[in-house]
Design a protein around this ligand. Sequence first.
Ligand code: HEC
Length: 139
Amino acid sequence: MKMRYRWPILILMVVVLGVTACEDDSKEAAFTVADLPAERDADTGKELFEKGDGDAPACKSCHNTGSEDGATGPGLGGIGSEAGERVDGESAEEYLLNSIIAPGKHVVEGYRNNMFSKYDDKLSKQQIADLIAYLLILN
Ligand code: HEC
């Protein structure tokens, strides 16, 4: 291959890789609030937040529940009352669910999308519903 064809091909590869990576980052939510069980337990949610479960890392490893930033994520104090205001057309529950199962969908300003991205797979719907119940009482 002649030298002058190499650069365009390299650039094309970089672009294709970049686009694929972006798609991954903003993966769509695998399910909606309508799929979550209605019975929820905020205490179980709190425990999950603090300890995680199996392959699902504790939320607390990146977030705290006050206004201070956690290790890498924003402080979640007040999220219970703010969640419903974050994105037009998304209720508090919808926003929280998306934050957990599709964290790249809306990235909080000033932060990078480096939240653990497999909670949809590693936690049950019941566990996610319990977490949401807990987040909703963080005021
Ligand atoms: C590896 C670190 C990490 C872990 C673990 C993590 N998060 Fe996050 N989280 C982040 C980062 C970074 C952001 C900000 C970027 C974004 O919005 O995706 C964030 C954003 C959020 C937001 C949006 C906050 C806002 O102000 O709108 C919520 C809600 C949230 N996380 C909940 C959770 C819950 C619940 C868990 C546990 C099930 C969890 N996170 C686990 C890093 C993490």
